[in-house]
Ligand binder design. Structure first.
Ligand code: SF4
Length: 436
């Protein structure tokens, strides 16, 4: 989502005639878009600003704007601690960036800005007026923001605000634009993307309805959505996996822990059994469905038994890739007041868990050798004659015998080699002959 936000911030700043540059030596404006989900996020901001200050000693420019969730969480404190910062702009206030830039450019004496309101409607009203120029084969569209779930370890409900869904009309418009720019896959984004719920003339539009509408768009080949909450995996959405031809057979469905005790302690509002039953239903709906997840290791109160329950769950579902972290206490969250587990135990458990995830991933990739997978070719690799794409299950695939004209096409690929993260293949013989 931050990648999508950063692109949209760059689009908004064009209104003030600012353009992106790779040249760090002469910049007029420095916008640092931040994420607060991991530890030491604010320290990283101060560190970056420190480097910037060294490069631009005693100069009037660049203007320095800190955007995103760190700006939201730290706001005034950040302006106080680092006078070099001109503005802190929360994730729901990006639409005010042109005003800030105009103001900074017109004033000889710099004013400080703190824009950390949760004004999500105004933000999307502004963004809708600015055409999304993104032309990546696989492109993101934010359809939902914020979270009402309040997991005990998480800062998102405090930094992104309550759940908000964009209108289907706006989303379809944006989708049409990026498809005309060249996009062939759309990844629908949201903190709780499957909580998508927009009311139009008293008719509730859910994520499954939105996917069915997107499915009609010619030239769009693939649809994905992330990140989902198990509680919002409703039957209509599960059925959509069965019906839709463009919705890919892969789902990132975070569970965090396989222990009911820990799930309750995390306030996840679902049990291990409920999670497994969703996985079963999805496999019934789409037999080639694969999954990834997030795991927090060493959460307060996690015993060896609880940890082993996570391991048995991983082995049962066979997640093909996942994100796993040692629990990190975030100030202000309920879990931060609980007794923490010792670091040695946390590290030992993380290594064990990651080894199991790695073995499953390797097993999955090795099982593909000699088989055919459908790959959407996304781009030519930098400094390489090879091309990059992804399989239906979102696994990266590298091909050596495709051409520029294949970018944006779904190519049947015979897998020849693999490593932990990537498959390597060539086009099916028939396609190679046709291309020749
Ligand atoms: S559902 Fe996700 S975003 Fe919401 S509080 Fe829980 S972990 Fe955070």
């Amino acid at each position: 989502m931050n990648e999508y936000d950063s692109n949209r911030i760059a689009d908004i700043a064009k209104e003030n005639n600012f353009e992106r540059t790779e040249d760090y030596s002469k910049i007029d404006c420095y916008i640092l878009n931040t994420c607060h989900i991991r530890e030491k996020a604010s320290e990283k901001v101060y560190h970056d600003i420190g480097r910037l200050k060294k490069n631009y000693k005693n100069k009037k420019k660049p203007f320095v704007l800190i955007t995103g969730c760190v700006a939201q969480a730290e706001n005034d404190e950040m302006l106080r601690r680092e006078p070099y910062i001109d503005a802190v702009v929360g994730p729901q206030s990006y639409h005010d960036i042109p005003k800030i830039l105009s103001n900074l450019e017109s004033k000889s004496k710099r004013k400080k800005f703190n824009l950390t309101e949760f004004d999500v409607i105004k933000k999307f009203d502004t963004l809708n007026k600015i055409v999304n120029p993104n032309s990546n084969i696989s492109s993101f569209i934010t359809i939902q923001e914020g979270c009402d779930k309040f997991c005990n370890f998480c800062v998102v409900p405090y930094t992104r605000g309550a759940e908000y869904s964009r209108s289907m009309k706006e989303i379809i418009e944006e989708a049409k634009n990026i498809i005309s720019n060249g996009a062939r896959e759309i990844i629908l984004l949201g903190q709780n993307v499957n909580a998508y719920n927009f009311s139009n003339d008293n008719k509730k539009i859910r994520l499954s309805d939105l996917i069915s509408e997107l499915e009609k768009l010619k030239n769009l080949k693939r649809i994905r959505y992330t990140t989902s909450h198990p509680r919002d995996m409703t039957q209509d959405l599960i059925n959509c996996h069965k019906k839709s031809k463009k919705l890919m057979p892969f789902l990132h469905l975070p569970i965090q822990s396989g222990s009911n005790k820990i799930l309750e302690n995390m306030n996840r509002k679902h049990s291990r059994e409920e999670y497994l039953s969703i996985i079963d239903s999805l496999i019934k709906a789409k037999p080639n469905m694969k999954f990834s997840s997030d795991f927090i290791v060493g959460y307060p109160g996690e015993s060896d038994k609880d940890f082993n329950e996570t391991i048995t769950l991983i082995k049962k579902v066979k997640f093909i890739n996942s994100f796993s972290f040692i629990y990190n206490s975030r100030p202000g969250t309920p879990a931060s007041n609980q007794k923490q587990i010792d670091e040695k135990t946390q590290k030992r458990r993380l290594i064990l868990l990651q080894n199991i995830l790695r073995d499953i991933q390797i097993q999955e990739n090795s099982s593909k050798v000699g088989k055919f997978v459908n790959v959407l070719i996304e781009n030519k690799m930098k400094n390489h004659s090879r091309y990059f794409g992804r399989s239906d299950n979102f696994t990266p695939v590298i091909l050596s015998d495709v051409y520029e004209k294949d970018i944006g096409k779904v190519v049947t690929t015979k897998i020849q080699k693999y490593n932990r993260n990537t498959l390597f293949g060539i086009k099916e013989k028939k396609e190679r002959e046709e291309a020749a």
